[in-house]
Ligand binder design. Structure first.
Ligand code: ATP
Ligand code: ZN
Ligand code: MG
Length: 396
C-alpha cells in the first residue's frame, strides 16, 4: 500500500468537497481510499500497491483534471431547506452495522451486495406500507418492471453521458458451443472472486441492470399520446449503481431497492402532486419519529456533465432530497427524493399531451435499505427503544 498527497491546482470549495471526493473513486483502479481535507487544499489517496513514477504522474494529472472540471466556474447553489426536523430526539448514536451482522440480520456477499434478515425485512415492509399508502392516496396504478434494461433505452435518454461511472452491464456467454464448453470445463474464480474467462466468450452488451424504476414506465409510453393526458403509477424495483470504493455498508449499495410514485401530465399536475406527496410524507415521518430535513439537491452527474447539470437542477429546484440524520457521524443520508424532470422524458421519448406538447414527469423515490438503515442509526436494534408504530408493525 502507498499513500500520496496531491495539492489541487485550484482549491475545492466547501460545497463541492463531497461531490469531488465521491468522483475520485473512479479516477484509477489503484485508489482504495480518497480523502479531501476541510480546507479543500489537500487530497490524500491510499493506493492498493506502490506505483512507479510515470503512473503516479498520470494519476495526479487525472485527479487535477477532475478537480478543475468540477470546480472551475462553479457557483455555490443556494440550498433551500423545505423541512427541518433534525432536532427530533432519538435514543441511539452508534453505527448499527456490526450489531446487525452479529444478529445475522446482515450478510455481505460482496461490496455493496447484502442479504437482509427477518427484522430488517419487516422494517422495510413497514416503510413500504407507508409508501404504498401514499401511492394509494393518489390512486396510483401498480406496475412491475424488469431488472434488466436495454442499452438503447438508456442511450435514448442520455444516461450514458450523465452517469457512465455507475452503470452495471449484463451479458451472457455467446451462443457458441466451443465458448460454452470451454466455460463449463474451465470457469473458476481467483482469490479476489474474478472469473478467469476471456472477454471473447461473452456476448456484446445489449442490456444493463436498471439504475432506476420510473424509466421503465416512460419507455412503455414512448412515441404515443398519453391516454387522458395524465397518470399516476407506482412500482418497487431492484436498482443498480456501481459506486466503487464508496460502497460502504447499507449506506451505499450496488444493488438496492427503490419504491417510486410516478406523476405524468402537464407541468402543474406534476409539480402539484410532487408537493402533495412531500406534505403527506412529512406527516408520516413525524408519526415515525424520524430526524431528517428536506432540501434542494442535485443528481450525482459524472465529472464532465456535473457543473452545468447540477447548477441547472439546483436553480430550477428539480430535486428535493429527504436527508435522514445519522447521529453516529453527525451527518445525513439521502433516503428519498422528490424529483421533477420537466419535459425531459416527454421530449426525448415523444410522449405527448392532448395539445401535442411533450408531457412533464416527476417521481417521489424512496431507497428502502437506506430508510431502514437510517432508522436503525437513530433508534438502534433494540426494539424496546423504538416508536410504538414501528415496534408494533415489526414485532406484532
Ligand atoms: P446519493 O445522493 O446518496 O448518491 P442519489 O441522489 O443518487 O443518492 P436518487 O437518484 O435520488 O439518489 O435515488 C433515490 C433514492 O434511492 C435515494 O434517495 C436513496 O435513498 C436511494 N439510493 C440511491 N443510490 C443508492 C445506493 N447506491 N445505495 C442505496 N440506496 C441508494
Ligand atoms: Zn424516478
Ligand atoms: Mg443525491
Amino acid at each position: 500500500m502507498q499513500t500520496i498527497t496531491i495539492i489541487p491546482q485550484v482549491g475545492i470549495p466547501d460545497h463541492l468537497i463531497g461531490e469531488v471526493k465521491s468522483k475520485l473513486a473512479y479516477v484509477d483502479e489503484a485508489i482504495i481510499k480518497a480523502q479531501i481535507d476541510e480546507s479543500g487544499r489537500e487530497i490524500k489517496l491510499e493506493l492498493r500497491h506502490p506505483m512507479e513514477e510515470t503512473s503516479l504522474k498520470h494519476l495526479e494529472e487525472k485527479v487535477q483534471q477532475v478537480v478543475s472540471t468540477m470546480t472551475q466556474g462553479a457557483i455555490q447553489p443556494k440550498i433551500q431547506v423545505l423541512e427541518d426536523n433534525m432536532a427530533v430526539l432519538t435514543p441511539y448514536c452508534n453505527d448499527p452495522t456490526e450489531e446487525l451482522i452479529q444478529q445475522c440480520e446482515l450478510h455481505g456477499e460482496t461490496a455493496g451486495v447484502f442479504t437482509l434478515g427477518p427484522m430488517l425485512t419487516r422494517l422495510i415492509e413497514f416503510f413500504e406500507e407507508n409508501f404504498i399508502t401514499l401511492a394509494a392516496s393518489f390512486e396510483a396504478k401498480p406496475y412491475r418492471f424488469p431488472t434488466l434494461i436495454p442499452a438503447r433505452y438508456l442511450e435514448r435518454v442520455n444516461y450514458f453521458r450523465a452517469f457512465p461511472h455507475s452503470l452495471t452491464f449484463a451479458t451472457h456467454l455467446r451462443e457458441d458451443l466451443d465458448a460454452i464448453d470451454h466455460f463449463a470445463q474451465h470457469a473458476a474464480c481467483d482469490e479476489s472472486g474474478h472469473l478467469n474467462q476471456p472477454p471473447e466468450s461473452f456476448a456484446k452488451i445489449q442490456t444493463l441492470l436498471s439504475p432506476a424504476v420510473c424509466y421503465h414506465l416512460y419507455f412503455s409510453l414512448a412515441d404515443k399520446p398519453l391516454p387522458g393526458g395524465k397518470m399516476v403509477a407506482t412500482a418497487v424495483g431492484n436498482c443498480f449503481r456501481y459506486e466503487a470504493i464508496n460502497l460502504t455498508s447499507l449506506e451505499r449499495l450496488w444493488n438496492f431497492t427503490m419504491r417510486e410514485i410516478i406523476f405524468i401530465g402537464d407541468k402543474d399536475f406534476v409539480l402539484e402532486n410532487r408537493e402533495i406527496s412531500r406534505q403527506r410524507m412529512a406527516r408520516a415521518f413525524k408519526d415515525i419519529g424520524l430526524a431528517y430535513r428536506v432540501e434542494t439537491a442535485n443528481d450525482p452527474f459524472f465529472i464532465g456533465e456535473f457543473r452545468k447539470q447540477a447548477a441547472f437542477q439546483s436553480a430550477f429546484q428539480l430535486k428535493y432530497e429527504i436527508r435522514a440524520r445519522l447521529p453516529f457521524k453527525e451527518s445525513t443520508l439521502a433516503v428519498g427524493s422528490y424529483n421533477y424532470h420537466q419535459d425531459f422524458f416527454g421530449r426525448h421519448l415523444n410522449i405527448t399531451l392532448p395539445d401535442g406538447s411533450p408531457v412533464h414527469t416527476g417521481c417521489t423515490a424512496f431507497g428502502l435499505e437506506r430508510m431502514a438503515y437510517a432508522f436503525l442509526c437513530q433508534y438502534g436494534t433494540d426494539f424496546k427503544q423504538w416508536p410504538d408504530v414501528v415496534r408494533e408493525y415489526v414485532y406484532g
